[in-house]
Design a protein around this ligand. Sequence first.
Ligand code: NAD
Length: 337
Amino acid sequence: MVMQKTALVLGAGGFIGHHMVKRLQVEGFWVRGVDLKDPEYEKTTADSFQIFDLRNHYGLNQIMMAPGGQTFDQIYQFAADMGGAGYVFTGTHDADIMHNSAMVNLNVADVQNKLNKVLGVNKTRIFYSSSACMYPERNQLDPDNPNCREDSAYPADPDSEYGWEKLVSERFYLAASRNWGIPIRIARYHNIFGPLGTWDGGREKSPAAMCRKVALAQDGGEVIIWGDGEQTRSFLYIDECIEATRRLMDSDCTEPLNIGSEEMISINNLALMAADIAGKKIILVHDLKEAALGVRGRNSDNTLYSEKIGWAVSAPLRDGLTETYKWISEQIRLSAN
Ligand code: NAD
């Protein structure tokens, strides 16, 4: 008899976690989702969904057991105290971000280690979602030539506490792999976007914010851009992020890999792309007092991922932004009713 594979998705009420639950179910996994909250825009389809605060050690061993008293085959750790530039780069949430996310990561690996010891097994592979925010600021000062190769990570100097926590947790999972034998996979995500992602309220990322601002603007109207808009980024559509993550998880690659797009664009041009998709003319107005900008330039470098995994992301930014714009316009229409 073939046993059904099992997966635990932590942060399954969030953007990437919710998409991952759906993907794993299509692949035939039995899936448990865990989060502080339900998914915001769509009901979960997880076979089991538990509202639980992963900062709590007590009770976590129950959550981390699959049906039949087994440990899970795979764990996807997406839970983090997280948001776009308006949340992460203002400095006002630093202590919460570091404390909350670190607690979750410390608990997850520790409980898995204890379960493995008690049950005398070690089959559970843990995926950890790190971030491009862990790369040193010094290599991201030139908007035209940022360097985010995996081997540029050290000497470490991330520009935010969010990035520092990601780096420390990467190292903790790698240590858990070396000392406790837990199989670990780590991706450094570069700006993931798409439908069902946060689009308002202060935690949204720039593609969602641009789509919302453009959708709300009149034809010929103004759209406010933080800073001079010449800062560059790349954005990866959610479907490709999920595909790249599944391929990394099923590979034997144990070093951290970038998962992102190499199609770099300035924030000004991102806004103009959203306007073009909407069929609107817009005037860009720059808010030069806004400090929550992050690094000056950032782009994914996918050389190592392609080498190790033998696959590459390829969808044009415009295609993903078109889908995202459609979805956000519909959300605005629904929330106005
Ligand atoms: P998200 O905020 O939509 O999802 C994170 C989820 O974690 C939320 O639903 C939140 O409620 C949950 N969570 C937070 N603290 C928790 C706790 N104590 N207990 C239980 N649940 C808790 O974020 P996302 O965009 O889906 O990102 C997923 C992961 O990928 C995060 O770790 C994030 O740092 C990382 N990442 C995302 C991006 C991106 O562009 N979206 C880029 C780099 C890294």
